[in-house]
Design a protein around this ligand. Structure first.
Ligand code: UT7
Length: 333
């Protein structure tokens, strides 16, 4: 793959934002028939963040974007393109990317939203990479952001305990040494029924009935998605490692989608990595879908888990069903 690339592209800045309000497993015990013990042992999640009533996906995207731009030393007016990955945009249209383009004052930037379930941020990085690699654009902002609390069915304990809100962002730019090395984008559309929000689109527009039947919230066949995730996280990671011309022994750090500690552990074992080389923050935030890898990457950077020259794998899976993985070399000091 790399011989086709015109320019080297790297992540030159990251940022993230999570709402202040914490909802713990103990809080959930008072809301539904569940237990801290069940949630912790089955998922690894202890608490998650919930957006304020007046806080939306674009608000959190904006905060994460500001931090990423500051970290990158890039001014909003330098941005050529903004991509926001989300399954919970502020509204169907205009795109959340356009809302933050205006708020940031990124006057020359094109802007669009991308939806690939929880794989959205890694999809977004892959798309942004192409624009910079070809020389068409120099500075691309990629955001992953979700307000999943707005589409949780609080009567469904199978899903309500899993998700949280937040946003993460990264700035892509041309760099001297190879940064992003390879990617894989995948889809298995025949699994679409396993994870969906059915109503509110053209197939099933909003009606009193769809509201009554809670069809504007997340439905998931958790166990089926789990089996898919366990297989695909390891496989996709191994493939991007190979495409990058590396072997699994070369991987210094692994940043997987934060859905379930058992899924992360199985991927980690497949790659033969010790726990210290794997970033985990799902205990604090739960599954934040498109924001998950974005927040994890930023926290890994800020906690000095990653050093210049490290080979890193990002991998995610989600609704679609989709998956996405990237192998990259960290280019920042
Ligand atoms: O990012 C993409 C989004 N997808 C995911 O993150 C999902 C991946 N899937 C998973 O992480 C796991 O499948 C879950 C954590 C969702 C569920 O774990 P599981 O080991 O697959 O459990 P299960 O669905 O087979 O359910 C086991 C039992 C059931 O009871 P019975 O039928 O065996 O009596 C559920 O009713 O656990 C019960 N259960 C709960 N019990 C207490 C389900 N949710 C809860 C709950 N509290 N919150």
């Amino acid at each position: 793959m790399s011989e086709k690339i015109v320019r080297n592209v790297g992540i030159i800045g990251t940022g993230s934002y999570v709402p202040e309000k914490i909802l713990t497993n103990k809080d959930l015990e008072n809301m539904m028939d569940t237990s801290d013990e069940w949630i912790t042992t089955r998922t690894g999640i202890k608490e998650r963040r919930i957006a304020r009533e007046d806080e939306s996906t674009s608000d959190m995207s904006y905060e994460a974007a500001l931090k990423a731009l500051e970290d990158a030393g890039v001014k909003p007016e330098e941005l050529d393109l903004i991509i926001v990955a989300s399954v919970t945009p502020d509204m169907a249209f205009p795109a959340t990317a356009c809302l933050i383009q205006d708020r940031l004052g990124a006057k020359k930037a094109g802007a669009f939203d991308l939806e690939a379930g929880c794989s959205g941020f890694v999809y977004g990085l892959s798309v942004g990479w192409q624009f910079v690699a070809t020389g068409l654009y120099d500075k691309v902002l990629v955001v992953g952001a979700e307000t999943l609390s707005r589409i949780i069915n609080w009567d469904d304990r199978n899903t309500a305990v899993l998700f949280g809100d937040g946003a993460g962002a990264a700035v892509l730019a041309p760099v001297d040494e190879p940064g992003i090395l390879s990617c894989e984008l995948g889809s298995r559309g025949d699994g679409g029924e396993l994870l969906k929000m059915e109503a509110g689109g053209s197939r099933t527009p909003a009606s009193l009935d769809t509201v009554r039947q809670k069809k504007h919230s997340i439905y998931m066949a958790g166990n089926e998605v789990y089996k898919f995730a366990v297989r695909i996280m390891g496989e996709a990671s191994l493939r991007v490692i190979e495409k990058a011309g590396l072997s699994k022994e070369d991987i210094d750090y692994f940043i997987p989608h934060q859905a379930n500690i058992r899924i992360i552990d199985s991927a980690r074992k497949r790659l033969g990595l010790p726990k210290e080389k794997v970033f985990v923050n799902l205990d604090k935030y739960g599954n934040t879908s498109s924001a998950s890898v974005a927040i994890a990457l930023d926290e890994a950077v800020k906690e000095n888990k990653i050093s210049k020259g490290d080979n890193i794998v990002l991998v995610s899976f989600g609704a679609g069903l989709t998956w996405a993985a990237i192998a990259l070399r960290w280019i920042k000091e």
